[in-house]
Design a protein around this ligand. Structure first.
Ligand code: GAP
Length: 519
């Protein structure tokens, strides 16, 4: 069951172009032609990403009394992934093409009947989202292969496509693959594990096999006992972690939305078992997560909820709600909030032989049974890169403002929340050939730089300098002018969104920025 989201207005092409032009994100290994599914965050992107992670860590860990942090290793004992179910179950059904050697996700592949002069002539397979013109062109390839270029193609029949997972062996022998030149090259769907394998230590055999973690969550479960035994935590409490995760996604796409190396911000929140308690915390975290996204600048109307039907739940889940977002490429999952029950801790107890029971002193004192139990877990799991994409799409705006000559001029601006903006403020001396102005502006820049990431720019007309900062989303422009040095020491502060300017003293400016950036 999904709720509606408002539509995003910026196209993915525009956003990708801006990210490259202004140094937010580059394709990984660009100089070697790129590497599919991997991305590098440039100087501005690295700042935005760090600000997202810092905001999450501050709000999730440092400003709460019931959550502690963790930083576990990426490569862990392979038995962890056996216990968690990832070795046996973390897979997607895939279809291989024996001719092109390409691999497709079976649930994203469709096949449609090709009818020529009213007679069945085979099938064409195509990837979800393919243009009708591409499908028709492919169907005509079958017509050409049959040697009858005059035969009439029934285009309406192409619209009666089915998922490739439903195809029979007989149908596959006459199906033309999306990148094949002859029919019959697609295999039946087979499970393909998404974990990246590696070898640890000097041996090259199977005993050395290990995995790059596909989620940070298992590092938390594997350390649950350590934290309970060494910290002062009491149920309900959470362990939070931010870190890299790796998945050999077959169809990485939509920019940083689905990549092969990404970062997650995950919380495992441990609670007393019981249906009522579980629902209470499940709802609490859905609301908390929604409000957090709004607090970093995402529009509330862009956020929706997708409650997974019972039959589609992951192997560990007793209930999952995705917070969705209206991304430029459509409404998709941003933050998954799952009730994992006691699945993970029970699995690790069985596979490791170490007890995962929690001894509840409070319940014991109150004479309540049971006072020894394996806690249940609510897990809000958020991708940093997807949050980055949502933040970029929400911030992108175009409007018209007067230029230096008072004429209307189009501008592109990124309306980042000050907490997330790569630069918090830009400092400008009005002109660069007056040493007193430059010195004063430089001193202010050095003072602000001690606390925040700020930018100094002395080159070009002041309007041009403002515009450059607007495009990278710097919320405040501070100009040191003649009044600053000759009169009252005040500077002008320009607001990125309204372009309004006010004068204030340097001390008031620091208080103002503190309030806007740190809340
Ligand atoms: N521990 C639970 C878990 O990993 P998931 O739904 O597979 O659940 C959680 O992933 C979040 O991680 C997603 O909601 C998404 O934000 C992010 N994520 C998952 N796969 C991703 C990928 N290939 N690229 C970027 N982000 C991804």
């Amino acid at each position: 069951m999904a709720t509606d989201n408002a539509q995003s207005t910026v196209s993915m092409e525009t956003l990708v172009a801006l990210c490259k032009r202004r140094g937010f994100v580059f394709q990984s290994s660009d100089i070697y032609g790129g590497y599919n599914g991997f991305f590098d965050f440039g100087p501005l992107g690295a700042e935005v990403k760090k600000n997202i992670k810092d905001a999450w860590w501050d709000d999730m860990v440092r400003r709460r009394d019931d959550v502690v942090g963790l930083d576990s290793s990426i490569i862990m004992h392979p038995k962890i992934w056996k216990a968690s179910g990832h070795v046996d179950g973390f897979s997607d059904p895939m279809v291989d093409c024996k001719e092109s050697k390409l691999r497709y996700r079976a649930d994203q592949l469709f096949y449609a009947p090709v009818i020529l002069d009213g007679e069945a002539a085979g099938f064409v397979a195509y990837m979800e989202g393919a243009e009708t013109s591409v499908i028709v062109k492919q169907a005509k390839k079958i017509r050409d292969l049959k040697g009858n270029k005059e035969a009439k193609l029934d285009e309406a029949a192409l619209e009666t496509a089915k998922e490739f997972t439903e195809s029979t062996a007989e149908e596959r022998t006459v199906t033309l693959g999306p990148d094949a030149t002859a029919p019959g090259t697609l295999t039946e769907p087979r499970q393909f594990n998404l974990m990246f394998e590696t070898k640890v230590g000097p041996l090259a055999d199977d005993t050395a096999k290990a995995y790059l973690r596909p989620e940070t969550a298992q590092g938390i479960f594997a350390n649950y006992k350590n934290v309970v035994d060494t910290g002062r935590v009491k149920v309900p409490f959470g362990i939070a972690q931010i870190g890299k995760a790796f998945r050999n996604e077959i169809t990485p796409r939509n920019f940083v939305f689905r990549s092969r190396e990404f970062e997650q911000m995950e919380l495992e929140f441990f609670i007393e078992p019981g249906e009522e308690n579980r629902l209470k915390w499940y709802r609490y975290w859905i609301d908390w997560c929604t409000n957090w996204l709004v607090s970093i600048g995402l529009p509330r109307e862009g956020i929706g909820k997708d409650v997974h039907p019972q039959e589609k739940l992951s192997h560990y889940s007793k209930g999952t709600t995705d917070l969705t977002f209206a991304f430029p490429h459509g409404v998709q999952e941003l933050w998954g909030i799952a009730c994992r029950g006691d699945f993970d801790l029970t699995q690790h107890q069985e596979h490791s032989g170490k007890g995962m029971d929690y001894f509840d002193e409070v319940r014991k004192q109150a004479g309540e049974e049971p006072f020894k139990y394996i806690p249940n877990v609510i897990e809000p799991s958020l991708g940093v890169d997807r949050t980055f994409l949502a933040v970029m799409a929400s911030a992108y705006c175009e409007d018209e403002v007067p230029n230096d000559k008072g004429q209307p001029e189009k501008r592109t601006l990124m309306k980042f929340h000050p907490r997330i903006a790569p630069y918090k403020a830009a400092i400008f001396p009005l002109v660069k050939n007056k040493p007193e102005l430059v010195e004063r502006a430089d001193a202010l820049y050095r003072r602000l730089q001690k606390r925040w990431n700020v930018f100094y720019d002395a080159s070009g007309a002041i309007g041009r300098r403002y515009r450059r900062q607007d495009e990278i989303g710097t919320p405040f422009g501070i100009t040191v002018d003649f009044d600053t040095i000759e009169k009252d020491g005040t500077v002008t502060l320009r607001d990125r969104d309204t372009t309004e300017q006010v004068r204030m003293s340097e001390d008031d400016l620091v208080k103002f920025l503190e309030e806007k950036i740190e809340g």
